[in-house]
Design a protein around this ligand. Structure first.
Ligand SMILES: NC(=O)c1ccc[n+]([C@@H]2O[C@H](COP(=O)([O-])OP(=O)(O)OC[C@H]3O[C@@H](n4cnc5c(N)ncnc54)[C@H](O)[C@@H]3O)[C@@H](O)[C@H]2O)c1
Length: 249
């Protein structure tokens, strides 16, 4: 019970990696506040409560400052503090050649994936600094350290998350706050589900994956909990790649 009595915030926990992490946090004793713009997050709360855990959901669009401030304030009001935050909400726009992306698709991706992380950290850092302790983990991607064709706005947003992470990490380390980035590889979630039905996709992907398969969302949760726990007390400003070896090739 590494998170017994701890107040933990997770964004993007209606489905996928965030949902698996929220459930794992609660199993380790955390009181989990979920922020998502999809009310399906109520099902994550119900699942946690069904196991005897503690969780609450607040509707929040992470690209909106007022929503994010209200979410973080709700977590602090409910539990008196904020011990860890997993800023994970994100979107993946349909793939296109660079010059075929319109301005709107670029702005929307940056607003959620990059500005959303900025807004979350902007609200969380002062609270954790005042406590003299806290851990933040931002979801980047292997697309934060390498490029893939057809994904210009997504790749830019995920590289940007690493920049925000490293900057906050060096500014807040002496104030007791650790900030890290997680770079998942290919994880089977609603975000990537369409890829499984695309002809020839798996046949092309599998040879690029040393582990030879996509991950289940639950396989990210252990790394998430470790980085948000005191076990990782010297891990700060780190970019942790969990991709089955894909970027090691
Ligand atoms: N699945 C993968 O292969 C993979 C790989 C690398 C990185 N990631 C990243 O992991 C994170 C989680 O993705 P996932 O694969 O679990 O996909 P997912 O679609 O299952 O989860 C994304 C979550 O974010 C929420 N969300 C989206 N926009 C939001 C907004 N504006 N405000 C609040 N919530 C919002 C969704 O409702 C959902 O709960 C994302 O940041 C994604 O970019 C995923």
């Amino acid at each position: 019970m590494r998170f017994e009595g701890k107040s933990v915030l997770v964004t993007g926990a209606a489905t996928g990696i965030g949902r698996a992490a929220a459930i794992a946090f609660a199993r380790e004793g955390a009181m989990v506040m979920i922020g998502d713009y999809n009310d399906k997050a109520e099902e994550t709360v119900a699942s946690i409560e069904g196991e005897g855990g503690t969780a609450a959901f607040r509707h929040c669009d992470v690209s909106k400052g007022t929503d994010v401030e209200a979410l973080v304030a709700a977590a602090v009001k409910a539990h008196g503090r904020l011990d860890a935050a997993f800023n994970n909400a994100g979107v993946f726009p349909p793939e296109k050649m660079f010059a075929d992306f319109d301005e709107e698709a670029f702005d929307c991706t940056i607003a959620i994936n990059l500005k959303g992380v900025f807004l979350c950290m902007k609200a969380q850092l002062p609270i954790m600094a005042k406590q003299g302790k806290g851990a933040i983990l931002n979801t980047s991607s292997v697309g934060g350290v390498i490029a893939n064709p057809g994904m210009a706005p997504y790749i830019a947003s995920k590289h940007g998350v690493i920049g925000l992470t490293r900057t906050a990490a060096i500014e807040y380390a002496k104030l007791g706050v650790r900030v890290n980035a997680l770079c998942p590889g290919f994880v089977r979630t609603p975000m990537t589900e369409p890829w499984f039905h695309r002809e020839g996709f798996l046949e092309a992907f599998l040879p690029t994956s040393p582990i030879g398969r996509p991950a289940a969302p639950e396989e990210m949760a252990g790394t998430v909990l470790h980085l948000c726990s005191d076990e990782a007390s010297f891990t700060n400003g780190a970019v942790i790649i969990a991709d089955g070896g894909q970027t090691a090739i």
